[in-house]
Write a protein that binds this ligand. Structure first.
Ligand SMILES: [Zn+2]
Length: 263
């Protein structure tokens, strides 16, 4: 019976929805192409999927990109696409733990090491045939901060918000929005208890500030499998989940993956 259920589940999810096309900094460009692999943007491999109309490159656009004309490199030549302008709002936050805004000299070695670990995870490109890109929200709560906000912490400009914040009580379960493999995990200086899931083809999701972690690096997870619980570890103003979604090593708006049911 269990196997029958699993088989049905696999069949149901073999078709795939696409994230929303929103070609802005921090967004996604869906670019029709004529090949199914070895497509790159800025030297980074890009996800390619199949739609009714043929192959589509699913390109993450870094927040730091200015609008303009860009191209993908494919085995059959360059394919051009445009990035449009988007203005993100400013957000001012007060962090009580000042060390998390202006780290001490002795914190820098740890911060550098952890950044390298996370960068390596974001750079993962694991070829898989099917990537689930129809996400459910990973936890139940209130969206307290959206993606892309230009952040001012304790009156000092910092990097823009690279994910979505969902405020929820400590201990609220966090579930994987799609199947994948745990590619990194740790207690990081800024992000607190963190889990990173590799969903394949350069699609990586990250969960931060957790109170507990229920998975280990190397483990595979299914859609809706428990990853851990909401907490307030690392640089926070209160208990919440920070959720990042990354494509070809570009952090993109998690909203673009929501409510896109895998048929
Ligand atoms: Zn956040």
């Amino acid at each position: 019976m269990k196997y029958l259920f699993l088989t049905l589940l696999v069949v149901c999810q073999s078709a795939m929805g696409l994230p929303k096309h929103d070609p802005v900094p921090g967004g996604i460009a869906l670019v029709p192409i004529s090949t199914d692999s070895n497509v790159t943007f800025d030297g980074q491999l890009v996800m390619v999927t199949e739609s009714e109309k043929g192959y589509v490159a699913v390109v993450g656009i870094p927040l730091s990109r200015s609008p303009g004309s860009f191209h993908l490199d494919t085995p059959e030549g360059k394919v051009h696409f445009n990035v449009e302008a988007k203005q993100y709002e400013e957000q001012r936050l007060t962090i009580e733990n000042k060390r998390k805004v202006n780290p001490y000299a002795q914190d820098m070695e740890r911060i550098t090491r952890e950044r390298a670990e996370m960068d390596a995870a974001f750079n993962t490109f694991r070829p898989v045939n099917r990537v689930q890109t129809g996400f459910d929200l990973p936890t139940e709560g209130i969206m307290s901060s959206s993606f892309g906000l230009r952040r001012i912490l304790n009156n000092q400009p910092r990097n823009p918000h690279s994910g979505m914040d969902i405020a929820a009580p400590e201990g609220t379960p966090i579930y994987s929005p799609a199947s994948g493999r745990i590619v990194a995990s740790g207690d990081y200086f800024f992000n607190g208890n963190t889990v990173m899931v590799d969903h394949g083809q350069g699609l990586i999701t990250m969960y931060c500030h957790m109170s507990s972690i229920e998975v280990e690096v190397g483990q595979t997870v299914e859609k809706r499998q428990l990853l851990g619980e909401v907490g307030k570890t690392g640089r926070v103003t209160g208990a919440h989940l920070h959720w990042s979604v990354s494509l070809n090593n570009a952090r993109v708006n998690p909203d673009l993956f929501l409510n896109k049911e895998d048929p």
